[in-house]
Design a protein around this ligand. Sequence first.
Ligand SMILES: [Zn+2]
Ligand SMILES: [Zn+2]
Ligand SMILES: [Zn+2]
Length: 157
Amino acid sequence: MKPDPRRTWDEELRSRGYRVTPQRQLVLEAIASLNHATPEDIAASVQRTATGVNISTIYRTLDLLDKLGLVTHTHLGHGAPIYHLASDADHVHLVCQDCGTVAQVSPETVRSLCAALEESQDFEVNVAHLAVFGRCGECRRKDRRSEDRRGEKKQDA
Ligand SMILES: [Zn+2]
Ligand SMILES: [Zn+2]
Ligand SMILES: [Zn+2]
């Protein structure tokens, strides 16, 4: 179920029968300020204010907030998931396998792929959940430059 956008997150928690605890508040604040945070990043940030909060509490809180639709997560590789506030606009993540840079692009960019999958498989794509892997423009340009240099050397010889 999608949260009601007119309600704030604390109203959302209360309306579902959950208490608004300082931990839940700190976790949401950490996600809002960190952008693309792993549970470890979130724990480190929360522990600056609340030293007694351990990582398993963070995981439980993240699971709850995810289930309530207040946060979403994405997988950028084999490591930990990363979290966003659900109120952040959906975006597709492009992860460079060479330098690790994560770029965000609009879901419009993959609209034709999503439409094709829906058409042929009746499959509804959740573009925000998974990342697209490849090589970024910067890394490709670097490669092309070193290829050019090799080409020049050959001509000199
Ligand atoms: Zn993102
Ligand atoms: Zn997942
Ligand atoms: Zn790169």
